[in-house]
Design a protein around this ligand. Sequence first.
Ligand SMILES: [Zn+2]
Length: 226
Amino acid sequence: MQRYQTEERALRYWHKPHRGRGAFETWAVIVECHRRWGRGEDGQIRREYAWVLAPVASPLRGAWPQHIIDALNEDDGHVHDHAQNTPFDETEEAETLSAGDRYRQLTAAAGRTASNRSERSRRSEVDRYFRSPAAREAVLLRSGGTCENPRCLGHPTELTDAGAPILEVDHVNEVGNGGDDIPETMIALCPNCHALKTRGRNRRQLRTTLLRIARQRHRTFSRDES
Ligand SMILES: [Zn+2]
């Protein structure tokens, strides 16, 4: 993978569905590689490598769309390491942290990731796939498991198989439009509110409200909750 990334060569992407047969799906080029924190099937925290593949119609570079060429030009072939700091600190100390302290710790980790990104990379087409796991976790913690839209009409109380609330962590301003990957501009929304924010007629107004709420809650949570 590393070689294909540095040589900017297309590779064959095969997909094998569960119990199904593998089949050639598309040509793809590697536009970025990230190292990050994730959780394995055993529930244990682990470091993961994530390769960002951009599908292309042909292995011939001349046929690739401009935004993919741009992304390749921006990529320095190195691993963007988001795992040096430990947003998931599973020591005993982390377990006894108050919600406020944990929130501040995650916010700081998200801030480091955001400031490590160059202005170019922040704007890049492919970077929107990469969101700071620490920022996401901080927002979920702040939400207390409930939709953060003050005008929410009702958040589903059912949980996922993993016992997590049904919430979507959203950037109030899209990352692709320069939105930062930091908790104060992100919000936890139930699926209804998320749809209103993306497709509703009053979405612009809602966006302004949500941004205000996110900042307010961020300030309150960073300061008071302890
Ligand atoms: Zn809601």
